[in-house]
Ligand binder design. Structure first.
Ligand code: G3I
Length: 400
């Protein structure tokens, strides 16, 4: 019985039984009951059931739909979140657990516990796993950051790739082999890898990964690499890998963008230019920041000072912002669909707003709303706009 029907039924019952009921008592009872029922409805969680359309099904002929997963999600701690993941996504990237500091915490010690669980979770649920990431300057274990000798560093570099990529050979769909090796101007980022191995380290990483995991797709992944200067640097890097006769299968554009400022023109140009190199194009860490920020991108070393004015939507998004977010997502998916022959995967950087890294960066402790599902795992207006984008695309193709 619906909430409304329950109320009508109760009102009728009370009236009949207590014809002398004092009006002043009846009204508070009904009001209390309404609040109770409304709050039950509000806290109702999405179980990923029939009522919500499934993104992975809707886009199954276009591209796979991924999410970032954290430890709790891999271990299926929350059954609501788990049902949502299984109903919506057919690809997943570990948010942190395959990064060097977790998987290779000491020089001679690897910890595959959670990564193995992720692989099993993917196999059981038909979810393609994208390993993230073999070589990244960030989230390195302390011992690696402190290696002084070039020979030791080479041993760490090759050992890490051989061991981690080798373990999941034949079990994992793809790897972000190298992550964020470029500066905004397209030059190579100053990192411990560049310092010890020179700018050939990117090609070497792909060579080692291809040997250790010959049937796994291999990608270069970065943020802001849709922007002209960084994109140009990225293309130089890709051409260099190919010129060395080393395999690279795709390029990931992370897609950490800001509300009202989605660089659609540059994104389209990037899809065209990267795919012209014979590479698959992916959007690998999609989210749309709604809170104030004075710089773009996703450099985890950049931070802003805490200030209440930087956290305006603690109680939820105002309608106008919710609509802008929905329109931004719709415009993105219009573009993705237009180039679906070149794009293989769209991965959101998290399942729901509560999980997003943007609640803690670049300012700690904020309430951000960058994804398609809210903190109660409910689809937001942006979710329905994405679904609508697909319907409109199909209708246009059919000439309606
Ligand atoms: O594991 C420690 C835990 O032991 C400690 O108690 C806790 C206290 O803060 O910190 C935990 O580490 C955090 C880690 O996430 C795991 O939760 C780090 O502080 C936190 O900085 C780290 O943030 C991650 C960030 O990468 C670090 O670089 C985010 O979750 C993750 O979403 C983010 O992902 C990156 C992609 O890998 C690459 N592209 C950019 C993207 C966003 O930064």
């Amino acid at each position: 019985m619906s909430n409304k029907a329950t109320l009508v039924h109760l009102k009728h019952y009370i009236n009949k039984k207590n014809r002398i009921m004092i009006k002043g008592l009846f009204i508070p009872i009904i009001c209390g009951l309404s609040v109770l029922l409304a709050s039950c409805a509000g806290s109702q969680k999405n179980t990923g059931s029939h009522s919500t359309p499934s993104l992975k099904k809707i886009f199954e002929k276009d591209f796979v739909i991924g999410t970032a997963l954290n430890t709790g999600q891999i271990e299926q701690k929350d059954s609501t979140a788990d049902a949502l993941i299984k109903s919506q996504f057919n690809a997943a990237t570990p948010e942190n657990i395959m990064k060097a500091e977790v998987i290779h915490p000491q020089w001679d010690k690897y910890d595959f516990t959670i990564a193995d669980k992720l692989i099993e979770y993917g196999q059981k649920n038909n979810i393609k796993i994208n390993g993230h990431t073999l070589i990244w300057h960030s989230q390195l274990p302390a011992y690696a950051r402190n290696i002084k000798s070039i020979d030791s560093f080479k041993t760490f570099f090759a050992g890490h790739i051989n061991t981690v990529a080798g373990r999941y050979s034949g079990k994992i769909f793809s790897w972000d082999v190298v992550n964020e090796a470029l500066n905004e101007d397209g030059t190579m980022r100053k990192s411990i890898f560049l310092e010890h191995l020179g700018d050939n380290f990117v090609t070497e990483a792909f060579r080692l990964a291809a040997a250790a995991s010959p049937h796994t797709e291999l990608y270069y992944n970065d943020y802001n690499n849709e922007q002209p200067a960084k994109r140009a640097g990225c293309i130089v890097l890709i051409k260099k890998i190919k010129a060395a006769g080393v395999r690279i299968d795709g390029v990931g554009i992370q897609g950490h963008w800001h509300i009202g400022k989605i660089p659609l023109k540059e994104i389209e140009e990037s899809i065209l230019q990267y795919s012209a190199l014979g590479l698959k194009v992916m959007f690998t860490e999609l989210d749309i920041e709604v809170l104030p920020r004075n710089f773009s991108g996703a450099d985890v070393n950049q931070r802003m000072k805490e200030d209440a004015s930087l956290n305006p939507y603690v109680k939820g998004l105002p309608d106008s912002v919710q609509q802008q977010l929905a329109n931004d997502y719709a415009a993105l998916f219009d573009l993705f669909l237009k180039h679906k022959d070149k794009i293989t995967r769209i991965t959101f950087w998290g399942v729901d707003d509560g999980q997003s890294w943007l609640n803690g960066w670049p300012v700690r402790g904020r309430t951000n709303h960058p994804l398609l599902f809210d903190r109660n795992f409910q689809p937001k207006p942006a979710f329905y706009k994405v679904v609508e984008a697909k319907k409109n695309f199909d209708a246009t193709k059919k000439g309606f």
